[in-house]
Design a protein around this ligand. Structure first.
Ligand code: NDP
Length: 454
């Protein structure tokens, strides 16, 4: 990264102090804004049309946040109460768009960080989508299908007032997969008496797009291929660490395996498995069945495949490999893990999850000059195919698998070239974080300027 001048750094520090004061205890949101402003604020100061219009101040304030109570009945007939949010961050370049997360640690801070990031990620895709995020502190783990159904239906009673195909289009995220989407869309359709593209990630038989399930994981791999190709290198024959065992991780691993990569690890919140023989297609299908059908734990893999080892309560970053794909959750690679990865000779880290690397970890990757694909760019494939799902719904057509996959590949290539446009330094090295942040910023900021003061 270009050195930041002292006066710019003072302004960045003062700006972030203001963010912390106005948004107390929202640590994840502070972290996301800090990371963004480190690269965008110097650019904004060098382009007075942005600085004079206080664009950064305006774009760090969400358009609105809706908070609501969700009451539902469990299988024992007890009344349960959860809190839910929809953070509609920015509709500068299109209707609000972003996933719903169900996890006990969901908070306003986490949803604000995700909604903020989503606005710039969506801008990078080249599709007309604004940024939003939502969810609840409801934990689907250990709940019966009927309990999940009752919760989703209760949540949609309120959420349906705030969404629509031209207003806000939610999708899935952690804890919201095919099952939850079915219940959510079924209830939306029932309440509104409208069958439209107001939610994405729907089942294929009721308006979903082919390749949406795979899109985030595949997209991370396509993005990594572009990073490597620039170094006249490829994925073939390399080893990889993947964390998570959900939607993003499983399809990231699937595409890696098909490209000739030996995938060594997967994880969930109870620990990680290391298979020194590599997780091949058959083993991956076994895990898919375990996680998606039986809703089991990755520890069972080590019982099924005795050469593998399960490490409880640990993350996979101490295992030596060429490539790392954090695909579980935020802040899963800290300073110690980043140092360990570098010591072990990692050459590429591509973020499938949102903000999985802490700011210190990112600094370590940047200083070591390894290839680092930030989430805003690397995991934009999911929302891209969500955008394509909206297009198909709008014209009442379903494109083929190859057609959607090809468009996804083109979008990931386009995102890579925008990172190159804004992130290239004088040594011809691309700082992908800086490139993604500035490219996303310019698109959203120019639209805001066009609207005048709103
Ligand atoms: P899933 O719910 O399908 O899977 C999440 C995986 O991560 C599970 O294996 C889960 O383990 C693990 N995990 C969740 N929380 C933690 C935690 N606190 N510590 C350790 N492991 C954890 O979610 P997705 O795969 O959809 O999402 C994963 C990441 O990718 C998130 O950051 C999400 O925002 C991001 N993302 C997702 C997109 C999508 O299209 N789905 C699009 C772009 C980004 P367990 O089952 O034990 O909880």
């Amino acid at each position: 990264m270009e050195p930041t001048s002292n006066s710019h750094q003072d302004k960045i520090d003062r700006f972030n102090e203001g963010i912390r004061e106005r948004n107390p205890a929202e640590y994840e949101f502070h972290q996301a804004v800090q990371e963004f402003t480190e690269s965008v604020m110097p650019f904004s100061l060098e382009h007075p049309k942005y600085a004079d219009s206080h664009i950064l101040e305006r774009m760090t304030e969400p358009d609105r946040i809706i908070i609501f109570r969700v009451c539902w009945e469990n299988d024992e007939g007890q009344v349960c109460c959860n809190r839910a949010w929809r953070v509609q961050f920015s509709n500068a370049i299109g209707p609000y768009k972003g996933g719903l997360r169900f996890h006990p640690n969901v908070s306003q801070s986490i949803l604000k960080f995700l909604g903020f990031e989503q606005s710039f990620k969506n801008a990078l895709t080249g599709l007309p989508m604004g940024g939003a995020k939502g969810g609840s502190n409801f934990d689907p783990k250990g709940k019966s299908d009927r309990e999940v159904m009752r919760f989703c239906q209760a949540l949609m009673v309120e959420l349906s007032r705030h969404i629509g195909e031209d207003t806000d289009i939610p999708a899935g995220d952690i804890g919201v997969g095919a099952r939850e989407m079915g219940y959510l869309f079924g209830q939306y359709k029932h309440l509104q008496n409208r069958f439209n593209g107001s939610l994405t990630g729907k089942g294929i038989t009721f308006g979903g797009s082919l390749v949406r399930t795979e899109a985030t994981g595949y997209g991370v791999v396509y993005f990594s291929q572009h990073m490597l190709a620039r170094q006249v290198d490829s994925l073939k024959g390399k080893t990889a660490l993947v964390s998570g065992a959900g939607n993003v991780a499983l399809y990231c691993a699937e595409k890696l395996i098909s490209e000739g990569v030996k995938v060594l690890t997967l994880s969930d919140s109870s620990g990680f498995i290391h298979d020194p023989d590599g997780i091949d297609v058959n083993k991956l299908n076994w895990i898919k069945h375990l996680k998606l059908m039986r809703r089991g734990r990755v520890s069972e893999y080590a019982e099924q495949y005795p050469n593998a080892h399960f490490y409880p309560d640990q993350r996979p970053w101490a295992i030596a490999a060429d490539l790392a794909f954090p695909c579980a959750t935020q802040n899963e690679i800290d300073e110690a893990s980043a140092n360990q990865l570098i010591e072990n000779g990692i050459m590429l880290v591509a973020e499938g999850a949102n903000m999985p690397s802490t700011p210190t970890a990112i600094r370590i990757f940047r200083d070591a000059k390894i290839l680092f694909g930030p989430s805003k760019a690397a995991n934009a494939g999911g929302v891209s195919v969500s955008g394509l799902e909206q297009s198909q719904n709008a014209v009442r057509l379903a494109w083929t698998r190859d057609e959607v996959d090809l468009r996804l590949q083109q979008i990931m290539k386009h995102i890579h070239s925008q990172c190159e446009q804004y992130g290239l330094d004088q040594n011809q090295h691309i700082d992908y974080s800086r490139g993604a942040n500035i490219a996303g910023f310019v698109k959203v900021a120019d639209a805001m300027l066009a609207y005048g003061i709103t």
